[in-house]
Design a protein around this ligand. Structure first.
Ligand SMILES: Nc1ncnc2c1ncn2[C@@H]1O[C@H](COP(=O)(O)OP(=O)(O)OP(=O)(O)O)[C@@H](O)[C@H]1O
Ligand SMILES: [Mg+2]
Length: 300
């Protein structure tokens, strides 16, 4: 999704009305969708090296190194204030790194942020202010900035999420604002989806619909980088996860590895013991200094 920086109000090019910006129905297939095919052979979607955003007082993100392969669904986890949104804002070129670099499909996220924004479908952690614009006007404007979108696709996604795009943004409930953010992220068939807590505020039915959409995008070859606090969601849809705490990476692992850790780390005290849940494994990383063996599990 194009730049949806916090509190930024969208403004039209001089002399243009929103209805003149794009005829969504007549738009050409998006650049992002075309490039997805063209550059499918590129194997690294996200490359992060020594990435730091120092807000002072030990707050921010420090020396992050990560690699996400094309086609992966990569979960990004951590407690409140860990640095997830900061990482995502750096990836979207919305803030400048203090040190280090991040690349999306070989493009420097800060130096080439315009191209990066065209390639990426982004759900921001905090939704921007679109004031009294109607959903369909926001879609048309940002669709034009993304290089053109298909009206059928917008209609299909908004129907799936049961979003009325004729309503004004300020009249949407918070769940409906989140649905609009999803429409904006998915509408141009991006090669890479960078999603900051995308299911925040969605009811269970819409969350399920979102998971189906994610599965379809993945099958079509997209890469997904998703931050979430919903551990069952991560377990359900991710291949690998990274866990950060206090701005520092503490663990990168495949889901299978985390499952193995929880099984290997459990001390079976009697036949009625239960193995620790994946949530307990995550919490070990959230709370402690790296991995500690799980405590003995209580008997049921
Ligand atoms: N613009 C800013 N100025 C100063 N400090 C900031 C700024 N943005 C974020 N921080 C700080 O950086 C740290 C990481 O914040 P961030 O929003 O990235 O966390 P998060 O992992 O997304 O948390 P949450 O799960 O609550 O969304 C926090 O300590 C936060 O207070
Ligand atoms: Mg956040």
């Amino acid at each position: 999704m194009p730049d949806m920086a916090l509190d930024r109000k969208i403004s039209l090019p001089a002399g243009q009305k929103i209805s003149q910006v794009v005829d969504v129905a007549g738009a050409a297939p998006s650049d992002a969708a075309a490039m997805r095919t063209e550059e499918a052979e590129m194997t690294t979607a996200i490359h992060i090296q020594g990435l730091t955003k120092d807000y002072g007082c030990s707050r921010g993100l420090f020396h992050l190194g990560l690699e996400v392969e094309a086609g992966e669904v990569f979960g990004y986890l951590g407690p409140n204030g860990a640095g997830k949104t900061t990482t995502i804002r750096l990836l979207m070129g919305l803030i400048r790194p203090t040190a280090g670099r991040a690349e999306v499909f070989g493009l420097d996220c800060w130096a080439r942020s315009v191209e990066v924004k065209r390639l990426v479908g982004h759900v921001p952690g905090e939704l921007p202010q679109f004031g009294g614009l109607r959903g369909r006007e926001i879609v048309a404007y940002l669709g034009a900035m993304a290089g053109g979108i298909s009206a059928e696709r917008v209609k299909a996604i908004s129907n799936r999420l049961q979003l009325d795009v004729s309503q004004r943004y300020r009249d949407y409930s918070s769940g409906n604002k989140q649905k609009l953010a999803l429409v904006l992220a998915f509408m141009h068939q991006p090669r890479l989806l960078i999603l900051d807590e995308p299911t925040s505020g969605l009811d269970p039915l819409n969350r399920q619909e979102f998971h189906s959409m994610l599965k379809e995008e993945r099958e079509a070859g997209a890469t997904v980088f998703i931050s979430s606090h919903i551990l069952s969601e991560v377990e359900h849809c991710c291949d690998r996860v990274a866990i950060i705490r206090a701005g520092r990476l503490v663990k990168v692992a495949g889901l299978q590895e985390l499952h193995d850790i929880r099984i290997a780390g459990a001390h079976v005290v009697n036949l009625s013991s239960h193995e620790p849940s994946l949530e307990e494994t995550f919490l070990q990383y959230y709370e402690g200094d790296g991995w500690k063996a799980p405590k003995e599990v209580a008997t049921c």
